[in-house]
Design a protein. Structure first.
Length: 100
């Protein structure tokens, strides 16, 4: 089952942003390191807050979460954490352009 971030569950931590994901059966905690999110925002030339970058890059974040989940790369506590290593392992992808 594909993981989808549950909107409204974003929670700032000292070094990351945490959120809940739904896979159709249960919720899983996910997180993205703050420096990793900033790297993604720089790559895609997104200006603004981390929250804005998170919302804008949500499809890309979900792609990385799903790739890591499919590879079985969960943390010891069951969380899926996106760090710089995931950007290197699964690569950057071009962000979909809006239809506006």
């Amino acid at each position: 089952m594909r993981l989808k971030v549950i909107l409204g569950t974003l929670n700032a931590r000292p070094q990351s942003l945490a959120f809940q994901c739904d896979n159709g059966l249960k919720n899983i905690t996910g997180s993205i390191a703050a420096d990793t999110l900033l790297d993604m925002m720089d790559f895609h030339r997104i200006k603004g807050s981390q929250e804005y970058g998170f919302q804008t890059l949500l499809p890309e974040i979900e792609r990385l979460l799903n790739a890591k989940s499919e590879a079985g790369k969960f943390e010891d506590n069951g969380e899926l954490a996106i760090r710089t290593a995931e950007l290197l392992r699964y690569g950057f992808r071009e962000r979909a352009k809006s239809a506006a």
